[in-house]
Every structure is written in C-alpha cells, then in structure tokens.
Design a protein around this ligand. Structure first.
Ligand SMILES: Nc1ncnc2c1ncn2[C@@H]1O[C@H](COP(=O)(O)OP(=O)(O)O)[C@@H](O)[C@H]1O
Ligand SMILES: O=P(O)(O)O[C@H]1O[C@H](CO)[C@@H](O[C@H]2O[C@H](CO)[C@@H](O)[C@H](O)[C@H]2O)[C@H](O)[C@H]1O
Length: 515
C-alpha cells in the first residue's frame, strides 16, 4: 500500500482533480499490478486516467482508462468505498490508500470488500432503483423475476474463485458478477441470460436475477454487472474431464486403452445440453436481437476479413516469439506458416460457396471451463462472448458450429494437456503418446458431434446440408485454434503446442478434401 493519506469528499468527487491526479500517478499504478482482474499487466502502460465517476449512495463507481504504449486503451471499473479505521477487516489486496473523510481517519478501499456496499447493491437491484447523476445520466438497477429475497438479513461474501471479474454471493442463492473491463453497449451476457430466462424453456443456465447499468444520455450504455442464480456445482467440466483422463492415463501406463461408458454418457449429455441451448436461441427469433439470419454477403465478408486479420496477427506473433518456442512447437509452427496459401484458399471459399443454413446468437466462448457440473446435470455459464472481440462483434450471429468447434477444441486441449504434461508419461515415447491422444480425441469428438447433430431434425434451418456442416466446422475449428495460439503465447507459452497441433490437424483435413 502507498503511504498517501488522501483527503476525500464524495460530493463533487467527479471534479476533484487533485484526488484524480494522486490516484492516477501514485495510487492506481502499484495497486492494479496485484489485481487479478487487470488484464494489461504484460503491456507497457503509458498512463492511467480517471475517466468517469458514477455516484451510488456513499460509494463511487470509478472508471479509469489504461493507456498503453501500443494498442487500444482499456476502461476498467473500480468501485470505491471509505472504511473507518478498525471498522471492518479489509484484506490488504483491497486497500488503495489511507484516507480521511469528514475528519475521520480510515482507508479508501475497493468497495467489493465492504459488506455495506454489497448490501446496498443488492437492495438497489431488489428495489429496481434508478439514481440520477450530476449530468442526468442514470444508474439503473434491474430485477429478474426470480429475485424474491428481501435484503434484510441476507448475508453476502466473496467466493474464492478464479475469475477475471469480481463475484459476490448473496444468501447462498444469488451470484453477482461485477465486470471489471468495461465496454460501451449492453454486455451480451445480460442480454443472453435475461432473454433465455424470460423467453425460453431452457433451464441449463443460471437464471437471470438482475443487472446494473450505467445509462448515458449521449452515449451507449455500459453494463456494470449481472446477477444470476447460484449454481450448486461440484466442479467445472474441465476438471471433471481431467478426472476421467486420470483413469484413462492410469490404464494407459498399464498398456490398456480404456474409456469408461460413463465418460461417453457425460459427453453425450453435454452434446444434448449444447443442442438444447442452440435450439432455444434459435427459437428466440421474433425478438430483433435474436432473429436468425442467412449467410448473406455482408456476413461472409465480415467472417473472411476477420479470419484474414487474425491469421496475419498470429503469423506476426509467431515470428516475434519463434525463438522462445521449443523444437517441437517450432516444427509445428513451420507447418502452419508454410500452409498459409492453403489456409487462405480455404477461407476464401466462405465468400462464394453455397451456404443455405442460418446463423443465430451463440455462446461465443464455449469450452469445458464454462460448464458447471451439478449432481446430475450440466449448467452453461459465462455468456460474455469471445474476450478478444469488441462488444458489437460478440453480438453477431454465427453458425452454432462455432460453439461446437470451441467445445471440440476443449476436448483436444484436455487430452493433450493430460497426456503430454503428466509425470506418469514423462518417459513414454512421444509417438505412442500422440497415438493414444488422437484415439481418445477422435472417439470423444465423434460422440459429441453425432449426439449434438442428432438433436436437430434433418434438414434443420441451422444445418441445411452435411457438406456445409463439414466446411463450417473445419472453418471454426481452424479459427478457434488460431485464436488460442495468441492466448497461449501470451499466458501459457509451454502450452503453445496444443493449439498448433490443432491447427496442423485441420490443415491435414483440408489437404484430404483437396485430393
Ligand atoms: N452462477 C454461478 N454459480 C456458482 N458459481 C459460479 C456461477 N457463475 C460462475 N461461477 C464460478 O465463477 C467462475 C468464473 O465465472 P465466469 O462467469 O467464467 O466469470 P469470469 O468471466 O469473470 O471469468 C466459474 O468458473 C465458477 O466457478
Ligand atoms: O474462460 P475465458 O473467457 O477466460 O477464456 C480464455 O481462457 C481460457 C483458458 O482458461 C481459454 O481456453 C483455452 O484453454 C482451456 C483450458 O484451460 C481449453 O479448455 C479451451 O478449449 C481453450 O480455448 C480461452 O481460449 C480464452 O479465451
């Protein structure tokens, strides 16, 4: 914590240039370095700038902009509160600085750690409050039908989870996600969860309980948070699949190839829930935001342009990081780079080939970590969309096969990570390991895909013909693996091989199609 004693006044906080400057220059820079939610740690920061202030009772929603040496700025939400000395036990990671308010000594803290802030948030959602700001903007709290518990007597806590936003749990029943990185326009998660809850029968998501939005007079609204039902889950499906793979690994080191029937059952169950989610989203047509659309020229061009730009970014990233890769990853990277023309040729087809299927709103960032396993079912969470895309892009309708490709990639990740990163296999020949991983992946992928497609009548408007399905699936598998390459280079360099292997697999498939 910095040694500043900041003198604060809530009234007129938006004009308090002195406080803003101290925050920008002295308090925020060291503070955000230790925040899990600050995504710019690896980037060179040029400046942090207090951009907006929204008042909420005796708290402030502060928004600051991170300006970097290179690349786009980012806007972050930091709710702040003043805590009198010894008033509450705030963890050190939540304290911004020493402060005085109305001659009282205390601390300026991240308000999520302040129980009275959490209570105020809940009450405001429950009462559907609307708070007019100094410039006539509105802070709007919206309530879902399932929110029935009065705030009085309801306890709240911060769950111990790994999350890029901030979660709070109320009365063990409601889960509030406060977004940290903000975007202009309503967060797709609020739209999706609210619409599915209110206008469909699909119940394998946490139902909508409320939202917090800053409605700006002159500009697009910004979503601060969404509240949903708590899912009493045992673990997420990534960990669950890891458990199945432990059994598989155990048998494998004994010389057996063995997948339990119960594993196929779980994969089928996920395929069914995925299909039901897509059917529900497709059925929401009629509501403007959700109407299914054809593969028109504009969309085809968009998809093509986005893929080309992604490809270019990733080739540059690989070139810049090539020497940091191990030999196996370098070999795979070569295959990827040499296949550039083949890939470009393949994606060009999206512009002209017949595509009569429809596209609809989808999950957008679908992988095993987004599935929570309850006692006997699966619940799909995190409808925020692909982290690298803008909010407008996240709302674009796609073939549901984009989600299917995401999940298939996730199974590929799970088996690759387990087989290649486990101590048990450190002495096993890489070719033998690869063969086992390929077999497991193929069986699981086929099960997932067949079960998924079997849930749609044939032909279904979303999947008009098998050739389209094959092409679009390959297109999205390739796109996703190329996207993942960026994530791994930046966050888990030792995992870069996994998406590279995925890319090479699709390249092989494309070559087969050309023969
Ligand atoms: N409705 C919920 N009930 C219980 N736990 C949840 C719920 N939603 C999310 N979680 C937990 O929080 C974690 C992060 O959720 P997620 O929506 O992915 O947030 P973020 O986008 O901030 O990473 C999940 O992996 C899960 O453990
Ligand atoms: O869940 P997020 O929205 O933060 O998604 C990002 O992080 C994911 C990792 O947590 C990353 O997913 C990749 O790794 C997963 C295993 O850890 C694997 O199951 C996914 O298939 C793979 O894409 C995701 O790409 C990224 O956007």
């Amino acid at each position: 914590m910095t040694e500043f004693v900041l003198t604060i006044e809530w009234k007129g906080f938006e004009r308090d240039k002195y406080v803003h400057t101290v925050l920008e220059d002295n308090i925020l820079p060291p503070y955000i370095k230790n925040c899990r939610w600050f995504a710019g740690k690896a980037r060179k920061i040029k400046q942090l700038k207090v951009r907006h202030v929204v008042h909420f009772e005796e708290f402030i929603f502060l928004m600051f902009e991170a300006r970097y040496e290179e690349g786009d700025n980012e806007l972050y939400l930091l709710p702040i509160s003043f805590i009198e000395e010894n008033a509450q036990n705030i963890p050190a990671k939540g304290v911004l600085s020493k402060a005085t308010l109305d001659d009282k000594m205390g601390y300026l803290v991240d308000a999520i750690y302040d129980a009275s802030f959490r209570r105020a948030l809940y009450k405001a959602i429950f009462n559907q409050s609307k708070i007019t700001q100094y410039n006539n903007d509105l802070l709007v709290f919206n309530k879902g039908k399932i929110l029935t518990e009065e705030a009085d007597g309801l306890d709240s806590h911060l769950p111990n989870i790994d999350s890029s936003n901030s979660a709070m749990i109320f009365g063990g029943k409601y889960f509030l996600k406060l977004y940290r990185k903000l975007f202009a326009d309503t967060n797709p998660e609020v739209e999706m969860v609210e619409y599915i809850t209110e206008h469909s029968e699909f119940r394998n998501i946490p139902l909508f309980a409320g939202s917090v939005t800053w409605n700006r007079l002159e500009e697009l609204p910004i979503t601060f948070g969404v509240m949903v039902q708590v899912v009493e889950n045992i673990k997420d499906d990534w960990s669950m699949t890891g458990d199945y793979l432990n059994d598989f690994l155990e048998a494998f080191v004994e010389g057996n190839f063995q997948i339990k029937e119960s594993v196929f059952d779980k994969v089928s169950q996920l395929a069914h829930r995925t299909a039901q989610m897509h059917l529900a989203l497709f059925a929401l047509r009629g509501a403007d935001k959700f109407n299914a659309e054809p593969f028109d020229r504009e969309y085809r061009r968009y998809l093509h342009g986005k893929f080309e730009a992604l490809l270019e970014r990733r080739y540059n990233l690989l070139t810049d990081n090539y020497l940091r890769l191990d030999v196996q990853a370098q070999n795979l990277a070569w295959i990827f780079m040499e296949a550039k023309d083949l890939i470009l040729d393949f994606i060009d087809q999206i512009l002209t080939r017949p595509l009569s299927s429809f596209r609809t709103r989808i999950h957008g960032d679908y992988h095993l970590g987004q599935i929570l396993a309850t006692n006997d079912d699966l619940v799909i969470i995190d409808f925020e969309g692909e982290p690298e895309s803008s909010i407008t892009e996240r709302k674009i309708k796609h073939s549901p096969l984009k989600d299917v490709a995401g999940m298939i990639r996730s199974y590929h990740y799970a088996v690759s990570a387990k087989l290649f990163n486990s101590a048990e296999t450190s002495n096993t020949d890489a070719i033998v390991l690869q063969r086992a991983a390929d077999r497991w992946y193929k069986l699981i992928k086929d099960t997932y895909l067949e079960e998924y497609l079997s849930m749609f009548g044939s032909p279904h408007p979303l999947f008009k013909d098998p050739n389209e399905v094959n092409y679009l699936l390959l297109f999205h598998l390739l796109e996703k693996a190329i996207y993942e390459l960026g994530y791994e280079v930046n966050y888990r360099p030792t995992w870069v091989k996994i998406p590279l292997k995925g890319i090479v697999e699709v390249i092989n498939e494309i070559e087969k199609l050309r023969r």
